[in-house]
Design a protein around this ligand. Sequence first.
Ligand SMILES: [Zn+2]
Length: 285
Amino acid sequence: MPERLLALAVLASRVPKEHESSGRIKEDCANRISGFAGEKRADFFLSEAKLRERPIVLKDVDVPGAGRSVQVDTLVLHPSFVLVAEVKNVTGELYFDNESGQFYRIKGGKREGMRNPEDQLNRAIGALETFLASAGFPVPVQGAIILASYNGLLQQAPITRPALTVDRLPLHLEKLEAENRPILSAGSLRSIEQQLSGSSFQKRDNYFRWYGLIWSDLSVGVRCPECHLLGMGRIHGRWICHGCGSPSKEAHLTALQEFRILFGDKITVKQAMWFFGSGIEVCRP
Ligand SMILES: [Zn+2]
């Protein structure tokens, strides 16, 4: 499972609903879960492309931008092209209304507006082109909207970028390779990959910055494996749920995993006591 989805799931369960970012975190998490199957499908078709040169595929990329970084889910780096793939796993009849800039679907007779993937894609492309130019690689960036659900029927296509079904992704990559001359050497590609991969630490830090969170915003405690309530108590070497009374010997292991997803591999005794909800104040992990 992608790192970002795991982190969102932990945050969604540990940021109290009173926090101003709670709604956004839950929404991002739900979007990411519904998009996950589509991304898996797109990854499969990406690997099916018959290319002379093997591309580097990066997932969950944070492109440093002015102020806030821009998130790119799938980035394909190839000697002849750079492609941002905006994968959408949306069902229903899909419309890109180019007059209003709205993106909506009609499903079961109901019209539902959504974030416009074409705008998201153009923002990502702009940020990436700026970043690459500043890193010494002033190359054009391509983009494509990939419709990953077979139950999503494109009724009105976007104007500025191609939208294609996921099955056509290999063909699209093959076409990009055939139509473009090499612009990036193997060394340049590796350099770009390194600069964009970032460390896990930076990524984790980004989750907190994106949502305006500080570590003390999180609800701490060990989660009951039965009723999922946070805040089990430690009694006679076992965890006991304050809600349903269920005992557990290993509930803290899940909490440790959650801590690792948010803060990394190292944990001190004090930090563990804080995260397990012993009420001890510690410095930021
Ligand atoms: Zn319980």
